[in-house]
Design a binder for this molecule. Sequence first.
Ligand code: APR
Length: 228
Amino acid sequence: MKKHLVISTGAGMSAESGISTFRDAGGLWEKYPVMQVCSADGFARDPAIVHKFYNERRAQLDTVSPNAGHRALVDLEQHFDVDVITQNVDDLHERAGSTRVHHLHGELRKVRAIDDDTLVYTLRPRECTTPDTRIDGHAVRPHIVFFQEAVPEFEPATKIVAGADIFVIIGTTLSVYPAAALLRYVRPGTPVYYIDPNPADVPADVHVIRAGASEGIAELARILLDKK
Ligand code: APR
């Protein structure tokens, strides 16, 4: 029986693929006013700017590839029953080959009907949207969780974390809730690892690997496979 390995990833997971993080020097939130392009109020105020912002981020997706860290997580599926819970909206975990990926904050390649959030559509490569776009007659919005909005995938994610035999956090400042609270849902005694070159403060029993994703996951694999 393979142990259940649950991995929670943030923007740092995609940094080595060339996708900017949000809060590092030069990060996305230094270049864009976050509440204008990633909040419910911002979308209500000027949807055209929000559509443009996500069209640009989606276009970048076609120019980047999964990195060695993404691929190392796929390799771990040979030894563990792996769930990836990501704050990232890119599709790099899927393109690397991870088989169970849960997006807490939505998916860049998808939009959904404004008048019915059960209608979710995957855009074609290089397809852009504007406030005037209609799909099946519906006006659409990015399938992204904006600030000031609920995170419907959080509850299901807590159940996955509660079933983990090992919990790993990679590449996140742990500054955005409720995603940052996933750590609280591990069963007592569950080993927790945190891979980040500039880690946020975490409880003393968390095993911090101060490294980038690719190097850190290689170190994690050595630790976990030595313990098997
Ligand atoms: N490998 C691993 N981690 C890295 C690397 C790397 N090569 N480079 C940077 N990091 C780390 C940084 O040290 C930082 O801890 O990635 C983290 C990036 O933090 P943020 O930019 O805050 O990204 P994240 O924590 O994912 O943000 C959470 O905020 O804006 C919202 O919805 C957005 O999902 C996002 C959420």
